[in-house]
Design a protein around this ligand. Structure first.
Ligand SMILES: [Zn+2]
Length: 225
């Protein structure tokens, strides 16, 4: 099909906590073994590419949340903020988010209401899938059931361990204590039982889907006429 028949979609973008604290030697990142935050850094770079690919930046409202780090950790990942200013995205809303639930932060309800009135899809990216993205997307969907909410897997990340499938007991230990997978758990390692294991990331996506959130792979920027 010719691209001439494609119309650039208008949508609104939420970037959850794309901050230095989550990557490299940032405050949160340092709480875990080296390399655990790598998927988050990679995702921040994919967010840059996504922003670059948007053909109509002047029509795409962006909400960026920031969690309570200080100093350099608090700042938005520089390539993301550079891309936003260079491409002239014109509607940027910064929201301070002291907890995992974006939906109750001052200003968010009004922002979502506005996007709903403009009939815009909401696309969510950022970090982390198992915490703020899970909680915020589920609560937003509850608050606005009529909203078309898309969590884009390509634009979201969690720390490395949370992609590892584990058995029910190990998953419970993770949900209660945030425990890492047990290296020598015989149930987790048993390939015959692989179908019964699930990663914290898979569980989070499942919980979002159960709440009515669309979990997708790559949000399409065009719509066929
Ligand atoms: Zn296990």
């Amino acid at each position: 099909m010719s691209s001439i028949n494609n119309i650039h979609k208008r949508f609104a973008l939420i970037l959850i906590d794309p901050q230095n604290g989550f990557i490299n030697d940032g405050y949160w990142s340092r709480m875990f073994p080296i390399g655990q935050s790598t998927p988050i850094l990679e995702t921040f770079h994919r967010i840059v590419l996504f922003l670059r690919s948007i053909p109509n930046p002047d029509l795409i409202p962006i909400l960026i949340s920031e969690t309570g780090f200080s100093y350099r950790d608090r700042e938005i990942f520089e390539p993301i903020i550079n891309e936003i200013s260079q491409r002239r995205f014109s509607s940027i809303t910064h929201i301070y988010k002291p907890h995992t639930n974006l939906s109750i932060c001052p200003g968010v309800h009004q922002w979502l209401q506005k996007q709903l009135e403009s009939k815009l899809d909401i696309v969510i990216g950022g970090c982390t899938i198992t915490s703020c993205i899970r909680d915020s997307s589920i609560q937003i969907q509850k608050m606005f059931p009529q909203l078309n909410l898309f969590v884009d897997e390509n634009l979201c990340a969690a720390r490395k361990d949370n992609y590892i499938p584990r058995c029910k007991k190990c998953l419970e230990r993770y949900m209660i204590y945030g425990s890492p997978p047990i290296q020598d758990c015989t149930i987790c390692l048993n390939k015959d039982l692989a179908k019964q294991t699930i990663s914290p990331v898979q569980l989070a996506f499942q919980q979002m889907k159960d709440a009515g959130v669309n979990v997708i792979d790559n949000y399409s920027l065009t719509t066929n006429s």
